[in-house]
Design a protein around this ligand. Structure first.
Ligand SMILES: [Zn+2]
Length: 326
């Protein structure tokens, strides 16, 4: 691995390499873009390049003790901050970070502090972190990861150098899926459905994407305002952690978009396997597109609730009861 191994993000990696070569590295970066397109990997390669014993023009050597430790995830100068309990990055975590960065790096030249899902900084944590970014101790580089720059305080954005990561071309994702043992049909459909995120495509492949797609369609088929009991019984088995629920909602979005596509006569559904295509067409024929649009909006709203403190079971049940009434 080196910067070269990060596919589809040449602009971002070129910018980082150039700033290192010219000694103009910024003290804080924000990498923005979809999940699963190489942001975290790039941050890791940046840490390698900054601390490698024998760095080359493409970054770390992958052979020295520093590169190896970074690759294994046990380098003392790589700090990885992420939401606790999959919800927020709290002020206690920022205080801990502040203590750490006041010491010089232990074994390398630069400590890289990765703030993963920086949009999940609790407001007081964000304000505390803002102060850290104003006067950062030497020897520290911060990298914040966000899906969208609009998701975090503008004052935080203004203290960082923003680098946009772009969705990967479908062909790149399809090739990776084939390398991972996917069939040609699977690679073609999942790469398109991934929206340009390799991470998402791989997750779809590993977690039985079509089975879940089918389960959603089956559940949508029993949607009726008069069958609340059957409906609630059917969705009970789907309950899980907040993260799992958010992933299920993501799958729901995919299904609803497929149905909407069929309802509006768009031909995008060519990527669906034949069994799914027939079910999607039958569902689309049941209601006008406006109903499916409203249901899609309900899914979006539920996902918003679930990123907050909402009770997952309640939010989940309300979603299905409301969808049944549309
Ligand atoms: Zn190295």
């Amino acid at each position: 691995m080196s910067f070269q191994a990060i596919e589809g993000q040449e602009r971002a990696t070129r910018l980082l390499k150039l700033s290192m070569q010219t000694g103009k590295l910024h003290h804080a970066y924000i990498f923005s873009g979809l999940d699963g397109i190489g942001k975290k990997k790039t941050a890791l390669e940046l840490a390698k390049a900054l601390n490698c014993r024998q760095p080359g023009p493409e970054g770390g050597c992958d052979l020295c003790d520093s590169c190896l430790k970074l690759e294994k995830g046990n380098h003392p100068d790589f700090v990885h901050l992420r939401p606790e309990g999959s919800q927020y990055i709290r002020i206690g975590q920022i205080r801990g970070l502040e203590e750490q960065i006041n010491f010089p790096p232990y074994m390398g030249r630069v400590r890289l502090c990765l703030i993963d899902k920086a949009s999940h900084l609790k407001i007081e944590a964000a304000h505390a972190f803002l102060k850290t970014l104003e006067e950062p101790p030497a020897g520290n580089v911060f990298v914040l990861l966000v899906n969208d720059l609009g998701d975090i305080l503008p004052t935080l954005v203004s203290r960082c150098l923003a680098i946009a990561f772009i969705p990967l071309p479908f062909a790149v994702i399809a090739r990776k899926l084939l390398e991972e043992g996917a069939s040609a049909e699977e690679a073609a459909s999942l790469s398109r459905l991934s929206g340009g995120s390799l991470g998402r495509a791989l997750r779809y492949k590993q977690t039985g994407f079509w089975e879940k797609h089918q389960a959603w369609l089956e559940q949508l088929e029993v949607l009726s305002p008069h069958k609340s009991a059957i409906l609630l019984e059917g969705i009970k088995k789907w309950l899980g952690s907040r993260e799992e629920m958010l992933e299920k909602l993501e799958m729901g979005r995919v299904c609803l978009r497929d149905i909407l596509g069929a309802s509006l006569g768009l031909t995008e559904n060519g990527e669906l396997p034949p069994v799914q295509r027939d079910r999607v067409a039958a569902l689309a024929a049941r209601h006008p597109a406006s109903v499916w649009l409203r249901r899609l909006a309900l899914i979006d709203r539920t996902a918003e609730y679930l990123t907050g403190p909402a009770n997952p079971q309640l939010a989940w049940e309300m979603l299905w009861l409301k969808m049944a009434r549309t």
